[in-house]
Design a protein around this ligand. Structure first.
Ligand SMILES: Cc1cc2nc3c(=O)[nH]c(=O)nc-3n(C[C@H](O)[C@H](O)[C@H](O)COP(=O)(O)OP(=O)(O)OC[C@H]3O[C@@H](n4cnc5c(N)ncnc54)[C@H](O)[C@@H]3O)c2cc1C
Length: 446
């Protein structure tokens, strides 16, 4: 009847909560297996922590950007849909810590020393992660997982001038201080990169032609999912064979199975009935997406360092700084990261003050930034597990609970913290959904 027809519109074989790479990939994998899905996305756009937009007339990515052949899940998606990759232009110099300031070096000289300094940091990574796509494959993981990146720096007792070259990277990845991020997080990325500094830095070489949105949209089209934007989920209730999903706007969706593909940091904001195992709430409250995380784009002119990469030390208000593109008039677009609560990224004067220290004479013309830490639908930036998480609750939070499967780069087995991890986890969640028994499920029409 009429009431039944109205109810079925909000029904599919699977409800996918969250329309980032993890959720969209899960929907596509489910479609391949013959299951329909509805994607409920809180924002007015898909993509989550990837966001293709423009700045100074150029295409930019305010979130995740680079993909690499060493990241097999996302690379395969680009190949599957015939989406080409891009790579950046030339590089003039590296700007590195020196005394209380900075020095401008040739890329070759700086890279050689960076490799020398980083290599001992990662000694033993291959034993910890012999199969780097299975984070539990190694021996001795338990003890190493208790270490923060700061603990590891301290173990190696670098001379202060040496440590300053690499602690900006460990602090930036950790979300502000090297004491926050787990050493095993970076050790696993290193192992995934083939165990060399060159392999590790090369993962930032390639972008996606047409932006990450082009890749996401290709996967989405294949999923044939219905997409409901502006649909933040407030509650997920399982009763018998039915999961009922309620949005903050009062819409109700029902399905026999659900994929929860929101950031881990958002789990604590959704009311799950019955409640999830304690590990889920504990990790969500502690956080995997790093706090205060910002990506800042700047349109600049001139400067002594030319097109430069900078690695400011821990405590400097911005971290890694990278050239993006050169415009026809010779001005440049560059970007940097910051986890300093005092840095907004939207103040030209503030960025001018900081960049002048890196590349004297540089002129900042305009900026734009995204604060992922403050964003209510990410509550954090890139993923970085904290000490003890991998060998503690991580296995549990990768598993389904009843009719709910969980997805997201934050809980990936391989490249957690990367688009690749989101794609991997979407595939895993779809497999988990397919493995859930369908015996006695309600027959859904629609
Ligand atoms: C600044 C920055 C730079 C990065 N750089 C790179 C890079 O160069 N290369 C790389 O590979 N990775 C990079 N990453 C990481 C990469 O962007 C992420 O790992 C990946 O995009 C995460 O995808 P996801 O689907 O797991 O989560 P998300 O993209 O966060 O998707 C989750 C979705 O859930 C939605 N949502 C949240 N709450 C709700 C709710 N209650 N109801 C419904 N929907 C909800 C969100 O709006 C979002 O769309 C970067 C990340 C950041 C922040």
């Amino acid at each position: 009847g009429r009431a039944g027809a109205a109810a079925t519109r909000n029904t599919a074989d699977v409800i996918v909560i969250g329309g980032g790479f993890a959720g969209v990939t899960a929907a596509r994998e489910l479609k391949k297996a013959g299951l329909s899905s509805i994607i409920l996305e809180a924002r007015g756009r898909l993509g989550g922590r990837t966001w293709s937009t423009t700045f100074a007339g150029e295409p930019i990515e305010l979130g995740g950007e680079a993909i690499d052949p060493k990241q097999p899940n996302v690379w395969a998606e680009a190949q599957r849909y015939g989406i080409a990759t891009t790579s950046g232009g030339g590089l003039d110099s590296f700007v590195m810590p020196s005394g209380s300031g900075f020095t401008i070096l040739s890329p070759g000289a700086a890279s050689t020393r960076l490799a020398q300094l980083f290599t001992p940091f990662f000694d033993g990574s291959a034993a910890l992660f012999p199969n780097p796509f299975d984070p539990f494959s190694g021996t001795g993981l338990q003890a190493f997982d208790q270490l923060s990146m700061r603990d590891r720096l301290n173990q190696l007792a670098y001379a202060p001038a040496d440590e300053a070259w690499i602690n900006g990277t460990t602090a930036g990845l950790s979300g502000g201080t090297s004491a926050r991020g787990a050493y095993t997080m970076l050790a696993q990325s290193w192992a995934l990169s083939g165990g060399t500094y060159e392999g590790y830095v090369s993962i930032n070489t390639y972008g996606v032609q047409g932006g990450t949105a082009a890749l996401l949209n290709a996967i989405l089209a294949d999923s044939q999912a219905q997409v409901r934007l502006n649909s933040p989920v407030a509650a997920v209730t399982t009763a018998g064979k039915t999961v009922t999903v309620l949005t903050t706007t009062g819409a109700v969706y029902v399905a026999p199975r659900v994929v929860v593909a929101v950031p881990v940091n958002l789990w604590k904001t959704i009311k799950f009935l019955p409640g999830l195992p304690a590990e889920f709430g504990a990790v969500s409250r502690a956080g995997i997406g790093v706090p205060n995380s910002k990506k800042i784009f700047m349109h600049v002119r001139g400067g002594a360092a030319g097109a430069f990469v900078a690695h400011p030390p821990e405590g400097f208000p911005i971290s890694t700084t990278v050239p993006h593109s050169t415009l026809a008039d010779g001005t440049r677009i560059i970007f940097c990261f910051s986890t300093d609560p005092q840095v907004t990224g939207t103040s030209v004067a503030q960025m001018q003050g900081l960049l002048s220290q890196l590349s004297p004479g540089i002129q900042v013309l305009a900026t734009t930034a995204q604060n992922w830490g403050a964003d209510r639908y990410s509550l954090g930036g890139w993923s970085c597990r904290q000490p003890g998480m991998l060998t503690g609750p991580y296995r549990t939070i990768q598993q389904p609970v009843g009719r709910l499967a969980f997805a997201g780069s934050d809980i990936a087995s391989g490249w957690s913290g990367y688009i690749d991890g989101a794609v991997e986890s979407g595939k895993t969640a779809a497999r988990q959904v397919l493995a859930m028994s369908s015996a006695g499920d309600p027959v859904l029409v629609g």
